[in-house]
Ligand binder design. Structure first.
Ligand code: 13P
Ligand code: SF4
Length: 357
């Protein structure tokens, strides 16, 4: 190992440092917020649905109050199936919009409306519509990380947990695909399904930062580690992976694979759940800085991090930040989104019945 690589390895933060890096409030303040939030959730018949990338306090709260912590597919399914009349969605805006598309009768609140997603921002409706109009022969498949308007223009919505299965199904029917917005996820799905896909040029600001060469070095230092990669990462990284999958699939890999060490290429908010279900495993962040770079590991979505206990209590107390989706847009977006939910539900039934998919 060269000197620079050694120095870089010595500077690796431990998992616990990563978790502790999430902004702190005092214990007394936290207790007070938690008591008030729990009271409000009950009083308002509300349930908290949080993504794995949000702060551990929010994930813990969702678990403790009968809510859900999951990937974007399960967040959508949970919100729709749950009987609560208010859904509090801790995540980014497209997740709140998806909840509203599926459950218009429910009030959907988000701790902040400023939590965006670079994939959503990089796929505006006008340009996307033009792209679709240029390729009318193609089935339009969009990633869930898009606005309600883009979903309304699509034939299918997919999440990373189910994208390859849906695209394989469409390819089997002989359909050619127009894919947006994540070019990395699109390229990965194209590779594994061999589908005819035309890709929009978008990417995730977090996953785009993982560095392949630095990962090769880290792998050499931990030869027994399994590499887990979210498919929003560049394909050169995906090629090195032992497991490629949605956030839920990566968490399951930590639980089920025999390896003691894992190198994880996704947002570091996921370490909380991974460590909770497999405390004996060693988790290392995949490098986001090249060798010698000033920031070696900083994989955390700037928008997911905007959700906190304080702004969650604020929206519960004020009713602010209710998600609104224009009804004509919602109805159209429901068609493409519901297709995914129905496909996922059918898949679950088939898996439970042990039929092949
Ligand atoms: P998952 O559906 O895998 O949770 O991904 C959502 C996301 O935004 C990842 O960056
Ligand atoms: Fe979007 Fe990337 Fe943040 Fe996920 S991690 S919400 S894809 S910006």
């Amino acid at each position: 190992m060269d000197k620079q690589a050694m120095q870089w390895q010595n500077n690796l933060p431990k998992t616990i440092d990563i978790i502790n890096a999430i902004p702190k409030i005092s214990d007394t303040e936290k207790k007070h917020l938690l008591v008030k939030i729990k009271q409000e959730l009950k009083k308002q018949d509300a349930v908290l649905v949080a993504h794995y990338y949000t702060a551990k306090d929010l994930q813990q709260l969702a678990d403790d109050t009968g809510g859900c912590v999951s990937d974007s597919l399960e967040m959508a399914r949970f919100g729709k199936q749950h009987s609560a009349t208010t859904l509090i969605v801790a995540g980014v805006r497209f997740m709140g919009e998806t909840a509203k598309i599926l459950s218009p009768e429910k009030r959907v609140l988000m701790p902040t409306l400023e939590a965006e997603c670079s994939l959503d921002l990089g796929c505006n409706m006008e340009d996307f519509s033009t792209f679709c109009a240029q390729h009318p022969d193609r089935t339009v498949v969009v990633y869930a990380n898009t606005s309600a308007k883009v979903k309304a223009r699509a034939d299918w919505v997919v999440t990373s947990g189910i994208a390859s299965k849906i695209v394989a199904h469409l390819a089997e029917r002989g359909e050619k695909i127009l894919w947006a917005p994540d070019k990395h996820l699109g390229a990965y799905i194209q590779k594994i399904t061999q589908a005819d896909m035309l890709l929009w040029d978008g990417s995730c600001v977090v996953h785009d930062e993982f560095k392949t060469q630095a990962l090769v070095t880290l792998r050499q230092q931990h030869p027994d580690a399994a590499i887990l990669v979210h498919p929003e990462s560049p394909y050169s990284l995906v090629e090195m992976a032992d497991v490629v999958g949605s956030t839920t699939q990566l968490i399951k890999a930590v639980q089920t694979l025999p390896n003691k060490t894992f190198i994880v290429a996704t947002d570091n908010g996921i370490f909380y759940k991974m460590q909770q279900i497999a405390p004996e495993k060693q988790l290392l962040e995949a490098p986001t800085g090249g060798i010698g770079g000033s920031c070696q590991m900083c994989a955390h979505c700037p928008w997911m991090a905007m959700n906190s206990l304080s702004n969650l209590l604020h929206v519960l107390e004020t009713g602010e930040n209710a998600i609104q989706v224009r009804e004509d847009v919602r109805k159209k977006a429901l068609v493409s989104t519901q297709r995914m939910i129905d496909f996922a539900n059918k898949l679950d039934i088939q898996v439970a019945g042990k039929s092949t998919v």
